[in-house]
Design a protein around this ligand. Structure first.
Ligand SMILES: NC(=O)C1=CN([C@@H]2O[C@H](COP(=O)(O)OP(=O)(O)OC[C@H]3O[C@@H](n4cnc5c(N)ncnc54)[C@H](O)[C@@H]3O)[C@@H](O)[C@H]2O)C=CC1
Ligand SMILES: O=C(O)[C@@H]1CCC=N1
Length: 277
């Protein structure tokens, strides 16, 4: 088994680490290339047996699975480099939303899957979003599903849903961390509580909130009702929170969707046949 990774940035390194720690991949099977060489050294140090290579072709050649963990506008360079060594039996996994499956299937002869991870997969948590390419067999799909089950909850989505699904699953940790940062800052500034204590309380609270919602099928509305004693403190504070945050996530999603539309155009252009000749 050979598993290639191209791009050892945040997500490439995170996926390697998560799969190895979960026992889903053996370092001896992994070959990584990346433009940033320091990150390759880090991976080689952390996972003895893992092979680092200096060209993307070496990572791609003969790989059973090949993970493309570069940014959308770097795809063209990478695909141009690796196309000559790719074959129809290989499975290429793209982890980025604006590169369409169809574009990849037009450019490379491989089987293709788009699988969008999340930083929280680093601790074996969160979802991974699956979009199947047309060439994958049922066995290929089962193997990929099984692989990602070791580090996440795989969820099948349509390509049309990829933006909003990634907004929640992949951007969401940053959005919630931003809100938590404000919550913690407020506690520290207004009461003098130790930041470390406030942070620990906030993390335990967030973990418990998610577990309660998942394990007891508790909706966000039900959860708010559970905590809000009629006429009590939470109900009064929730009024303030609702007023001050009303429409915030509509604006957040408008921003991600507008940026995504621009990215799609730029990526389509960079990958188009006219551009490639
Ligand atoms: N950061 C996140 O939470 C998530 C990121 N993604 C997607 O993952 C992709 C990578 O994101 P990050 O890892 O955060 O970015 P990053 O900037 O940390 O990593 C990208 C890596 O690609 C390497 N690279 C660039 N051009 C290359 C080339 N021609 N050949 C070989 N290596 C090359 C860079 O050296 C860098 O190490 C993006 O497309 C992003 O949309 C998907 C889900 C979540
Ligand atoms: O910020 C980004 O573009 C990527 C996509 C999903 C999470 N991070």
């Amino acid at each position: 088994m050979k598993i290639g990774f191209i791009g050892a940035g945040s997500m490439g390194s995170l996926l390697v680490g998560a799969f190895v720690r979960a026992g889903a991949m053996r370092p001896d099977d992994i070959v990584v290339s990346s433009r940033t060489v320091n990150k390759l050294f880090d991976l080689a140090d952390q996972y003895p047996g893992l092979q680092t290579v200096t060209t993307n072709q070496e990572a791609a050649l003969g790989a059973d699975y090949l993970f493309l963990c570069v940014k959308p506008l770097d795809f063209r360079t990478v695909l141009d480099e690796i196309s000559p060594v790719l074959t129809s039996e290989q499975i290429v996994i793209s982890i980025t939303s604006p590169v369409k499956i169809l574009s990849l299937e037009e450019i490379i002869p491989c089987k293709v899957a788009k699988i969008i991870p999340s930083v929280v997969n680093a601790v074996g948590s969160g979802a991974s979003l699956f979009i199947w390419g047309s060439r994958l067999t049922a066995e290929d799909q089962a193997a990929l599903w099984n692989l990602f089950s070791a580090i996440s909850e795989p969820i099948l989505i349509s390509e049309e849903e990829v933006r909003v699904a990634s907004d929640i699953s992949s951007c969401g940790p940053a959005f919630l961390a931003c809100l938590l940062e404000q919550f913690i800052d407020a506690a520290v500034i207004s009461t003098g509580m130790e930041r470390e204590t406030a942070t620990e309380l906030a993390c335990e609270m967030m973990l418990g909130t998610a577990r309660l919602m998942l394990e007891q099928s508790c909706s966000p509305i039900e959860l708010q009702a559970k905590v809000s004693v009629p006429g009590g403190i939470t109900a009064a504070a929730l009024e303030v929170l609702r007023k001050t945050t009303r429409g915030a996530f509509l604006q957040v999603l408008r921003t991600t969707h507008e940026k995504f539309a621009e990215d799609l155009d730029r990526v389509d252009y960079s990958l188009s046949a006219r551009e490639r000749t």
